[in-house]
Ligand binder design. Structure first.
Ligand SMILES: Nc1ncnc2c1ncn2[C@@H]1O[C@H](COP(=O)(O)OP(=O)(O)OP(=O)(O)O)[C@@H](O)[C@H]1O
Ligand SMILES: [Mg+2]
Length: 309
């Protein structure tokens, strides 16, 4: 559905993307993972036709983005890194505007607006000015404008960045739902994120693909457990007991007002933790992964790559 071939992008003399090729098959949800400056946004801007490559080409549903840009773009919904939302418009008027930009006629825009509002759970906010929405809800408006024209392919650039843990869980759920009838490429620099949403991951580092694998293979590659640090307001004993019951968690300790949880390799208990905290009426103040970081994995992967050469 998406075919990227020998893509290279220079910004002046700076090489941002270095001869990368990959495919995303119809119906797949693929994570495009890499640290800051890896080249994720650059690649996505090229796939969506917003930026011309220096070399190489991209096909979306068999239309190439250079010579058949219009046909290709019709198939693509794009959630950019910085969403150009018009903060003085209401959600409905913004979606109407987005539909017009996509060349949709009024009747279809009206019908589709109701559908995307429902899909993105924005019913209560249709007539609210975008400037008054929280970041998580703005992100959902961003998703709504990306799907208004019923594209087959979605390109989502860091869809969960900068939003609180509850909103992150909701956005991930929304993406999984969209994955049932869309082909999705989503970028992130959070490793566990791909494991909860994607079936496959492509890892990019310094403009080059350093790994491409199914999630299950990748998790076993990063053998060993992973750890999270949580801050939760509420009764320590009860919370500890509740955490110990969450599937995948093998140890819980409490140190200096933080809970440190350890979980089995390949397990991501964060969703369930959030659910449990909500159920207990406790507030999850923060949750961060500690232990093997993405950087560690890149180091490992790049070291392996060099050893192979
Ligand atoms: N418009 C631009 N002009 C010049 N250099 C750019 C431009 N956009 C990006 N770059 C450079 O290209 C490289 C790749 O940037 P890109 O934004 O694609 O990375 P990214 O993987 O999306 O990073 P992040 O996780 O921070 O969003 C970086 O070194 C960046 O500084
Ligand atoms: Mg980026």
């Amino acid at each position: 559905m998406i075919r990227v071939e020998n893509l290279t992008k220079y910004y002046g003399k700076r090489l941002a993307v270095d001869d990368i090729s990959f495919n995303v098959e119809k119906g797949e949800i693929v994570g495009f993972l890499g640290p800051n400056a890896a080249g994720k946004t650059t690649t996505m801007r090229i796939i969506t036709g917003y930026l011309a490559p220096t070399q190489g080409n991209v096909w979306v549903a068999d239309h190439d983005i250079i010579n058949h840009s219009l046909e290709a773009r019709r198939q693509i919904g794009y959630l950019p890194e910085a969403i150009p939302l018009y903060t003085d418009m209401t959600v409905r008027s913004y979606l109407d505007f987005a539909g017009r930009l996509r060349g949709m006629d009024s009747a279809r825009i009206i019908a589709r607006t109701d559908e995307v509002i429902e899909i993105c759970h924005l019913e209560e906010y249709v007539d609210v000015i975008i400037g008054k929405l929280s970041k998580g809800f703005r992100q959902r408006v961003g998703v709504a404008q990306a799907i208004i024209h019923e594209p087959a392919v979605l390109i989502l650039d860091e869809p969960t960045i900068g939003i609180d843990p509850i909103q992150v869980a909701m956005t991930r759920q929304l993406i999984r739902e969209l994955g049932k009838d869309h082909t999705i490429l989503l970028s992130t620099h959070i490793l566990p994120e791909v494991s909860v949403i994607c079936q496959r991951v492509i890892i990019i580092h310094e403009g080059r693909i350093v790994a491409e694998d199914r999630i299950d293979n990748l998790s076993s590659m990063m053998s060993g457990s992973q750890r999270f640090r949580l801050q939760i307001s509420g009764p320590v004993k009860k919370i500890t007991e509740r955490l110990q019951k969450v599937k995948g968690i093998i140890n819980v300790s409490y140190e200096e007002s933080n809970y440190i949880i350890e979980c089995a390799a390949g397990q991501d208990p964060r969703r369930q933790i959030m659910d449990e905290m909500v159920r207990g009426g406790w507030t999850l103040l923060s949750m961060e992964q500690i232990g093997m970081s993405l950087e560690d994995i890149f180091l490992k992967l790049t070291a392996e790559e060099e050893a192979d050469e």
